[in-house]
Design a protein around this ligand. Structure first.
Ligand code: DAH
Length: 337
């Protein structure tokens, strides 16, 4: 009578080194012409007394073998991809954990600044990096032959219509005011370009955030109040702020804004050049000529505007002394934020 030695089965299955080998064993034992089928086939010819116990034995062997095969299949499938032998890929190997990325420090500072203004009701708007001469200059009251254009040295594109890489985010004032009626309260983060030689404080590409508010009766004191919330939000409650008269073609009056030095608290140190103050942005009341260019009545509306360099704010906030660090993408630097 056919019989199966379960110890031998166990050894065979244990030795199987691949899914193909295991499949061969499955056919050998459980296949249609396999050893279990052999056992089953003799049952009809057995005597009544033998049939029961022999049938049970065959069944129990079949179940045990099936279980052993299934068990081994799981181990093998975990160790090599289902293609089996020779795939060379071991999907059972422990994985290499992916480190979570993070936002670039400049992106983080942009987000932080914008969210302060958003909490005060400002809307975030973006504009294109390629601009017209009108939006970058003329509309902002910087006439063609005016010497103040020198202060905004610019990359021009080689096009007949004098397109350029915007040298500041102020042109988005023109875009937003032309497309909307007051009241407006908008901040504009974005990249700007200037043909500067690269050193510890200059790059030919950097980021600015422009802000402006236009409505009936907007006053210089509104500008002051809004900027104070911003400066304290970024640099801390104890910061002092001052307005220093300045000139910008697109604002009148204009002012530069300083904060008390965050390193020496105003006593005077090397970071603030012994002055105790650090310049953080330019600002002023929007010039009537700008309103004329966008079709707003300067007798009806007033507004303020300001613009700041994001890298400068980030450098002051984190005590970084070389602007190039932001764009070298050295992970030892980036991981600190
Ligand atoms: N656009 C100026 C610059 O790039 C910054 C600026 C100054 C923007 C004063 C303003 C402003 O809106 O009122 O240097």
């Amino acid at each position: 009578m056919p019989d199966i030695d379960i110890t031998q089965v166990k050894l065979d299955i244990e030795k199987a080194g691949s899914l193909t080998e295991l499949e061969e064993l499955r056919v050998k034992y459980l296949g249609r012409k396999g050893l279990i089928a052999d056992m089953m086939s003799v049952i009809p010819s057995l005597s009544k007394e033998e049939k029961g116990p022999f049938g049970q034995k065959a069944n129990s062997l079949k179940n045990q073998i099936k279980e052993l095969l299934d068990e081994k299949q799981k181990t093998l499938a975990g160790g090599s991809i289902a293609k089996g032998k020779g795939s060379g890929i071991d999907i059972g190997m422990p994985g290499i954990a992916q480190e979570l990325g993070r936002a670039h420090p400049i992106t983080q500072v942009i987000d932080e600044i914008c969210s302060i203004f958003v909490r005060m009701g400002f809307q975030v708007v973006e504009g294109p990096e390629i601009e017209t001469e009108f939006n970058n200059f003329t509309g902002l009251n910087i006439p063609l032959e005016h010497p103040s254009r020198d202060a905004f040295d610019t990359f021009y594109l080689n096009t007949a219509d004098k397109l350029l890489l915007r040298s500041h985010t102020s042109p988005v004032q023109i875009r937003a005011m032309r497309a909307n009626k007051p009241p407006l309260a908008i901040v504009v983060p974005g990249r700007v370009y200037r043909p500067d030689a690269v050193d510890a404080s200059h790059l030919f590409m950097f980021h600015q955030i422009e802000g402006f508010m236009v409505d009936k009766d907007i006053k210089f004191s509104d500008l002051k109040g809004i900027l104070e919330v911003f400066a304290k939000g970024i640099f801390g409650k104890d910061i002092k702020m001052r307005f220093r008269p300045h000139f910008f073609p697109f604002t009148e009056p204009s002012a530069e804004v300083d904060i008390s030095c965050i390193i020496c608290k105003g006593k005077g140190c090397s970071v603030c050049g012994r002055k105790g103050w650090l310049e953080i942005l330019g600002s002023g009341m929007i010039h009537p000529n700008v309103f004329n260019h966008v079709g707003y009545d300067p007798k009806k509306y007033t507004g303020f505007a300001f613009g700041m360099g994001v890298e400068r704010i980030a450098m002051l906030k984190y005590g970084i002394n070389d602007i190039r660090l932001f764009f070298e993408n050295d992970l030892r630097f980036l991981k600190q934020f």
